[in-house]
Design a protein around this ligand. Structure first.
Ligand code: NAP
Length: 523
């Protein structure tokens, strides 16, 4: 790995110089540490315009703020079809005007006629470097390491920039391996949603730059995240080769609050740790391939994972297959939502979903002993219901499960020794504790409740595991009938606090977690 300054760059894709100046000021305000002027987006492009832009940036943001000037060929993703001779003039002019890097397509540079003026401009420039780039907008490269060597053999002073498209998270490992093994400076990552972790980890592994967009609508490549997200959620400035990694394994993962919550708390505690969204599609085999890929590369520094739908059962199976240790109740539930990677890659599995839910109930009823023999009605028979039923039965509660699909309620009830009924029979229940473990009432269908209003009464504790919206119709009805309530955020924060402690051996910041979720919900 070539350990050197790694910059968070924003690609500026403006049509005019004025628009570019505005975009640069927004990029810098949001945390960009480098800009790439995509001059192929500028209409009526001239070297003079580019020179003035470079002078403006250097005057405004100082010399240490590096600039890449690119005038991309349309065959490699360029915007306006400028002839190659003109594009070379733009790059040579940019070097003379003080650009730190110019980016030219490797394929075009191999043509003898295209080299001379760039080489002369480079030799006249004090610090200008040539980036030779090669993109694949559809697939991975057959052999990325040999492409890297080929570029360096062709022109040793170049910085190879190799960008391909990931179809699956496991495709990112080619880029990460190359960065780790590279002996010279380079820029490597994968595009596409599946390539996200390679963009973020490029910073940890010393890529000269990784690229972010100004906004979602101004992305210049698939899978770019905004510079604001890079800085605010992933704390880009703090990522270095020592950063330890964590992440949430899920499909889908984009909606997850966990990266925002855990990264905020890592920052708050001053820990050099980073939490990533890990989109692992498929079944156990795919889960296994991803985990093997990660654990085989101890240099990546993955130390723990949150796990959610659809991989909680896979996590349990994987840990057991690897000779790891699973806590007893997680094993009974059949699901692991937290993995800790110990010394020698020894794996430990936990289920903080049940523990977080039971803690929320215990706090409301005034002690775990109050759960002994309490009449509890659990609505739903899915994964969350399973965790909560296990926790309640463990605490001595008398549980009855109500579910739309009665056969699923029956199966769950049989495993934990409780009663069950169809959800249609929920009217007239006499439970002291009523818990919604279905997705009914979740945004955007917030005007639904899984039970009629007349099931609520006083005294009763009503708990909705749904946390978006924070006050569901279920909870509004419960309050109107005088019941005490627990919202889903309480459970979410409890389980996240427990995960944080398992990951760091430190207490998390409960208020910060709550505020972070509320801020995300407000978006
Ligand atoms: P799951 O395994 O897919 O189970 C979904 C449950 O909802 C099943 O019992 C299903 O009944 C029932 N259901 C779905 N649509 C229904 C409808 N229209 N009418 C009646 N019942 C319906 O999901 P899960 O993983 O258990 O998650 C359930 C909910 O828990 C999520 O939606 C989420 O809001 C919440 N949750 C909260 C937290 C937290 O920390 N607060 C964490 C995770 C999840 P059938 O069996 O009949 O299909």
């Amino acid at each position: 790995m070539f350990v050197a300054m790694s910059y968070l760059a924003v690609s500026i894709s403006a049509r005019t110089a004025e628009e570019a100046i505005d975009q640069i000021s927004v990029a810098v305000a949001n945390g960009a540490k480098m800009v790439e002027l995509r001059t192929d987006f500028i209409e009526d492009l001239t070297s003079e315009k580019v020179g003035k832009l470079i002078a403006h940036i250097k005057g405004q943001y100082g010399k240490p703020f590096p600039i890449i000037v690119t005038c991309r060929d349309v065959s490699q993703g360029g915007a306006i079809n400028y002839p190659v001779k003109m594009r070379i003039d733009i790059l040579a002019g940019a070097l003379r005007a003080g650009a730190d890097f110019v980016d030219f397509e490797y394929n075009n540079f191999t043509v003898a006629d295209n080299q001379e003026r760039i080489k002369v401009a480079l030799s006249d420039s004090v610090r200008g470097r040539l980036i030779l780039s090669h993109h694949d907008f559809k697939n991975k490269f057959e052999n990325i390491a040999s492409l890297y060597r080929k570029i360096l053999m062709f022109y040793p002073p170049a910085i190879p920039k190799i960008i391909y498209t990931a179809d699956d998270i496991n495709d990112c490992f080619d880029a990460l391996d190359l960065l780790y093994n590279a002996s010279e400076q380079c820029i490597v990552f994968a595009m596409g949603q599946a390539g996200l972790i390679s963009r973020i980890l490029a910073k940890k592994l010393g890529s000269v730059a990784t690229f972010a967009s100004l906004s979602d609508s101004q992305a210049t490549a698939q899978g770019q995240i905004t510079v604001e997200e890079f800085q605010n959620i992933y704390r880009s400035d703090t990522i270095d080769d020592k950063t330890q990694l964590y992440g949430i394994i899920a499909d889908p993962v984009g909606h997850s609050m966990s990266p925002a919550v855990h990264n905020a708390c890592f920052g708050d505690a001053g820990l050099n740790k980073l939490y990533l969204p890990l989109l692992v599609e498929g079944d156990y085999d795919d889960f296994e391939i991803f985990m093997n890929n990660v654990l085989r590369r101890s240099w990546l520094g993955f130390k723990g994972f949150s796990v959610t739908v659809p991989h909680k059962e896979n996590a349990l199976k994987y840990i057991k297959a690897k000779g790891g240790v699973v806590e007893a109740l997680a094993e009974k539930i059949g699901a692991v939502n937290t993995i800790v990677v110990g010394p020698g890659n020894k794996l430990f599995g936990y289920n903080t979903d049940y523990a977080g839910a039971i803690e929320a109930i215990v706090n409301k009823v005034g002690g775990r002993d109050k759960l002994m023999n309490i009449d509890a009605a659990v609505i739903g028979a899915g994964g969350v219901s399973r965790a909560i039923v296990a926790g309640l039965v463990d605490a001595g509660a008398k549980v009855k499960i109500y579910n739309r699909t009665t056969r699923k309620a029956k199966k769950l009830a049989k495993q934990f020794g409780c009663e069950y009924a169809s959800l249609s029979k929920v009217g007239g229940i006499k439970a002291e504790l009523l818990i919604n473990c279905t997705s009914v009432g979740m945004s955007p269908k917030a005007d639904h409740s899984p039970v009629p209003i007349d099931v609520f009464r006083q005294p009763m504790v009503a708990f909705d595991t749904v946390y978006n919206p924070l006050e569901t119709l279920f909870l509004t009805h419960a309050k109107a009938c005088g019941a005490e309530t627990i919202d889903g955020l309480e459970m979410f924060v409890n389980q996240a606090m427990m995960q944080f402690e398992l990951f760091t051996s430190k207490k998390g910041n409960r208020q910060l977690m709550r505020d972070t979720v509320l801020a995300q919900l407000g978006k």
